[in-house]
Design a protein around this ligand. Sequence first.
Ligand SMILES: *Cc1c(COP(=O)(O)O)cnc(C)c1O
Length: 364
Amino acid sequence: MIPMVDLKTQYHRLKTEIDAAVAEVLENTQFILGPNVKALEQETANYLGVQHAIGCASGTDALHLALAAADIGPGDEVITTAFTFIATAEAIAYTGATPVFADIDPETFNIDPAKVEAAITARTRAILPVHLFGQPARMDLLGRLCEAHELLLVEDCAQSFGADAQGTQTGAMGELGCFSFFPSKNLGCYGDGGLITTRSDSYAERILALRNHGSQVRYHHDMIGYNSRLDEIQAAILRIKLRHIDEFNRQRRRVAHRYNELLRGSGVITPREDGYGRHVFHQYTLLSEHRDEIMKALQARQIACAVYYPIPLHRQKAFAHQGDQVSLPVTDDVTARCISLPIYPEMPDEHIVTITDVIRDVAG
Ligand SMILES: *Cc1c(COP(=O)(O)O)cnc(C)c1O
């Protein structure tokens, strides 16, 4: 059996350090907003090259709190992609704003800046690109659009911890960056967790209050906030894993490039790296006319695979009220042909060979 991700091998590699760090939190009994969260916030801010990094309860909350801190709300439109996990658009909807879906680039699957420009209206307040599958979206072009139209640029970095473009990390490019520490993400904890990054002192101050019941001073509530804190156990685990993130991402790139090499000439379209940023391969996603046959053949050999994402957001019931008006032909086409293969830093070469042999048989 070959799984999509193998979290156990990585845990065993770091077990001594992680077990000790968790035990220390249990002994200290300071479980919420303690020294590990503070240290992780400083260490991630340093790593990402951004003034402020603020822990919160999940990637979904990171997006929600970032948009709320920027006062996005009813009557506003936020342009994003429909080829993403639902949380990206859910967070927009939580604020009362409307997600507006723009089509994607057929090669990188990231939001297409030309389509974004065409979707800008008088109500548009922000652009929310996703660095999908770990490849940085075209922040240079999107940044120019934001300047020209006075829009806010908010990054969904849930899949891109450690990816950079032109020397800047994802999360340090827009006004606000939103990360997820869901266990299977490039930097994952052992539960739920998230992080918001920003250069802005005033956004940081609002987010610090919003994540903790609108309060900076205990029992003084300046606004209605939320209970959305990263806990100490997760922060302690993340501090250890952060020291290895570059190695994890290097290994993911090794796996991806080996797949590319072994699939050359097989007829499938391997992931395109556009040269703008450094792809950290949260997912390794192919396109093939034979997608469904490939899936069946892999499953028959006990090899995991997945379709990310089988239903784009403009076709979800939750967003059905706007479904018929939007036409996203590239998103629909990619959805029909995409398949993601197992990828994780510790993935052995034999697995890559086994998987690509099966695909070559079907697609060739
Ligand atoms: C995982 C993910 C999220 C949500 O993160 P959670 O921590 O699961 O809430 C948001 N956006 C994208 C693109 C994701 O992949």
